[in-house]
Design a protein. Sequence first.
Lengths: 110, 119
Amino acid sequence: EDQVTQSPEALRLQEGESSSLNCSYTVSGLRGLFWYRQDPGKGPEFLFTLYSAGEEKEKERLKATLTKKESFLHITAPKPEDSATYLCAVREAAGNKLTFGGGTRVLVKP
Amino acid sequence: DTAVSQTPKYLVTQMGNDKSIKCEQNLGHDTMYWYKQDSKKFLKIMFSYNNKELIINETVPNRFSPKSPDKAHLNLHINSLELGDSAVYFCASSYNRILRLAGNTDTQYFGPGTRLTVL
């Protein structure tokens, strides 16, 4: 069965203090690793999809990377508006199902 | 423009009642999903429909019945509600035909969620 583990569960950062979130996965044939951002009371908002090891994607202060066993979401010089829960999910080769990790709750203090 | 919408946003009801949650997407997708997010914030897939056909049916009590009248709508009906059904339910959609032909995987876009509270 697919498994996705995110760490840490919670992260408190000062504004400008860069950090990384980890997503470890086991899946039989990866067909996409997804990062989402979720604000309180809202649905997950799509950030990135990574398909193969070595791939990287960037958006503003966020950069996602992928290896064969894990993905990292790097937050560079975060701002308070980057505070949210970041969710990682994998899709296996067969089927449409996304398996989500438990998320990392990020709080950026000014 | 609202991409994936759900109604209602909040639903408070008594144990034993029957309720429905509606979902609509205007993205031209032909696959839709229902997810449940529990109090620990884990998102778990419940059902998926592709072109009105059920393609994913996880281990969910048969009190939950999805209905897809067309590919833009996927409703969730819940019979005999129990306390443990309290959660946030999210609808999502995916499948862009052009991306599919290009071999890219399908990104799922989520609705705003429906918070169900069973008393």
